[in-house]
Design a protein around this ligand. Sequence first.
Ligand SMILES: [Zn+2]
Length: 76
Amino acid sequence: MLLIFGLKSVVRALPGRPATCPNCGRFVQHYLDEHARKLTLFFMPVLTTSRSYQITCANCGRVSSVSSRERKAMGA
Ligand SMILES: [Zn+2]
């Protein structure tokens, strides 16, 4: 029997929220993206191996990583 495993990165856009940007100092909308790494079996995602979050400032485009605890604090 042949098993086909693989790894796949999935990016999901989550609702962001307005926040003060540490780079440009403006209170603007920030976009939140979830980057999940999934183990696939026969090209079907079966398991999430790691998950990280990134927020992007809508004004200056600065991207910063956030932990899942900080993400919860953002209420998303
Ligand atoms: Zn900014």
